[in-house]
Design a protein around this ligand. Structure first.
Ligand code: HEM
Length: 222
């Protein structure tokens, strides 16, 4: 077991953990977006929240949901903790920093800002999960609760800034993870870069569109 511990705490081991757990988080985002799209499902009998509430309540009543949530929390924790660990080691090794711009030498704005967009997303997660998951569930009426949380300019702007951070984070994260997994080839790397960018735009754009809809158009707050 010693070799496993050594590998997991080695520099390449930590990079692999961040990439693998980041990949799991991308899968969560796809599923989460799919669930949120029920917010836009057609009304039934004058109730615009029918399908979304049905989806949320069905999910909530599954026996495995607590395990899934604990697993998800663990995946977030490992991804964040190992990233901070690696970043801390980098800063310790190079405390003065470069004198050139952060994105000089082949670095892009998104790669130079990944740690900062990550911190914004961490703040977002704390606010978001507290509001959506740990507040009163309104007797299974999650739809009206979500609209209540999203409605208004402050909430919409907060969500939009965070979704822009999500887009930047993903656009670098996907290609960095692919490189960590060893996919570095003149033919495939440009394709992966484009796919990573497309994924980032679709995720940030779709969650952002829900924020705009909830913030200014759905009429959630009285
Ligand atoms: C407009 C955008 C978003 C909306 C409307 C939204 C809505 C929701 C709702 C309604 C829940 C509670 C689900 C339930 O308990 O049944 C939830 C939970 C959660 N959301 Fe979001 N979400 C959005 C974006 C995001 C993003 C971008 C992330 C990640 C970066 C995220 C991460 C989470 C997490 C981790 C949970 C807790 C999952 C659980 O424990 O069940 N959300 N969200």
């Amino acid at each position: 077991m010693n070799w496993l511990c050594e590998f997991m705490t080695s520099s390449i081991g930590k990079k692999l953990e961040v990439a693998l757990f980041g990949f799991f988080l991308c899968m969560f985002l796809v599923v989460h977006l799919g669930g949120n799209l029920f917010l836009w499902a057609p009304a039934v009998g004058g109730d615009p929240g029918h399908w979304f509430n049905l989806y949320a309540n069905t999910l909530e009543s599954q026996f495995f949901i607590t395990f899934a949530e604990l697993g998800l929390a663990a995946v977030f924790l490992v991804h964040i903790a190992v990233t901070l660990w690696v970043q801390w080691e980098n800063w310790k090794a190079r405390p003065i920093g470069y004198t050139t711009t952060a994105w000089a030498g082949g670095r892009t704005i998104s790669s130079a800002s990944t740690i900062y967009t990550g911190v914004i997303l961490l703040i977002f997660l704390i606010v978001h999960v507290r509001a959506m998951r740990f507040e009163e569930r309104f007797g299974g009426q999650l739809y009206s609760h979500v609209l209540h949380e999203l409605t208004g300019t402050p909430a919409a702007v907060f969500y939009l800034v965070c979704m822009a951070a999500l887009g930047l984070h993903l656009s670098h994260g996907v290609q960095a993870a692919a490189r960590t997994f060893g996919i570095d080839h003149p033919k495939f790397t440009p394709i992966i870069e484009k796919l990573g960018l497309a994924f980032a735009i679709v995720m940030a754009g779709s969650f952002g569109a829900i924020a705009v809809w909830g913030g200014w158009f759905a009429g959630g707050k009285p």
